[in-house]
Write a protein that binds this ligand. Structure first.
Ligand SMILES: [Zn+2]
Length: 373
């Protein structure tokens, strides 16, 4: 039922439209034309203004041809760099870029699969319940598009993001919540040679504090890292300022809270002991997904994947995605592997066979949900 030629053409057309985060205007126009050309209602929200980008998130609501529960499929239209001037080429059933850019299968493979599934439903008059499609912007920049979306506009009871790297069949049922942690240390400047005793060295105070803090893996659910350290103004001046950026993640919210509190209080106390002063800013980036094989959104995906002859694999991942935001907004959501490989590199590729499987998975989920209803 999948039209291989059509899904390839649509995918290639989309990846060749540059859509680096916040510059999604052209792909937005393409998608508006694709959806409205099919007689579907598309709404663009205000996310473009909120994130200073060219486009908002697109929401397509497809009424059910039969009664049933609404389900959401989500993908993002933006890409990382280098994403200008992409030329896709196909060899031996694999689609790649020319090697000097990314390909953009992350996440246009998902959009192509979703559109193909919609076409197959309509051509074959396959009964389905209400469908909601959310195509976000600025996913690659801290999930900003999804974060500015108003989820009260949706009716869906479960959601599937198609934005994971594993082979079709993989279902991400666990991903961490994350805090960004920024430390600022204020010391006192002085000439390093003439009167160092009059200064308070912010770098040294930070170093002492950091040396007494955990870094790396905390336990099986929890990690933390220090990623950036900057400070001082000149070799011969006692550094009066230092700033550090780090993060903490955990699959369990209370563990994230605990490690964040430890990393905050230890730092402030230890810096103070050195006579300097510290400020710590915590930014909550995204919530955790912690689903079990017994949860409905997972069971439906498992059945859908099995029923098309693929092997479902329940997995855990170390990062956030739009699925985190959707799930956190109260619609149980898993992220599905779509077969995109080496993403965020110029070696990115995807197999045509996987593009087709992705569309089949979308169709199969729609079928399963209708059966359950
Ligand atoms: Zn992605």
């Amino acid at each position: 039922m999948i039209n291989q030629q059509r899904i390839i053409e649509n995918f290639v057309a989309m990846v060749e439209i540059a859509s680096v985060s916040s510059k999604e205007g052209k792909i937005r126009d393409y998608l508006l034309a694709e959806f409205s050309g099919r007689g579907l209602q598309v709404e663009e929200d205000q996310a473009g203004d909120l994130v200073n980008g060219e486009s908002g998130n697109l929401l397509v609501k497809i009424p059910g041809v039969v009664d049933g529960e609404a389900i959401l499929f989500a993908a993002h239209m933006d890409t990382v760099e280098p994403g200008e001037g992409i030329k896709a080429s196909m060899e031996d059933g694999i689609i790649r870029s020319k090697g000097d850019t990314i390909l953009g299968s992350d996440d246009k493979a998902a959009i192509a699969a979703i559109i193909e599934a919609v076409d197959v439903l309509r051509e074959n008059k396959i009964p389905h319940g209400p469908l909601e499609l959310l195509i976000t912007v600025c996913e690659e920049q801290g999930l900003k598009g999804a974060k500015s979306f108003d989820f009260s506009r949706l009716n869906s009871v479960i959601a599937y993001a198609l934005d994971a790297g594993g082979e079709p069949g993989s279902i991400i049922i666990q991903s961490p919540c994350q805090n960004e942690i920024e430390y600022k240390v204020y010391g006192k400047p002085a000439h390093a040679g003439m009167n160092p005793e009059k200064g308070i060295n912010a770098i040294q105070a930070a170093a002492v504090a950091l040396s007494s803090m955990p870094c790396g893996r905390i336990d099986q659910d929890t990690t933390c890292n220090l990623g950036i350290i900057e400070g001082g103004t000149a070799r011969n001046i006692v550094a009066d300022y230092c700033h550090i950026k780090g993060e903490a993640r955990s699959l369990i919210r209370s563990k994230l809270d605990d490690i964040t509190e430890l990393l905050t209080n230890t730092f402030i106390d230890e810096v103070q002991k050195q006579g300097a002063r510290a400020e710590v800013d915590i930014k909550f980036l995204y919530p955790e997904i912690k689903l079990s094989p017994e949860d409905r959104v997972v069971k439906t995906a498992v059945r859908a994947i099995e029923s098309i002859g693929l092997i479902p694999r329940l997995e855990s991942t170390g990062g956030g995605s739009d699925a985190s935001i959707i799930h956190g907004a109260g619609i149980p959501c898993v992220n599905l592997g779509i077969g995109m490989s080496n993403v965020h590199t110029c070696d990115e590729y995807i197999r045509v066979a996987d593009l087709i499987k992705d569309a089949q998975i979308v169709l199969s989920i729609i079928r399963e949900v209708l059966k359950e209803g």
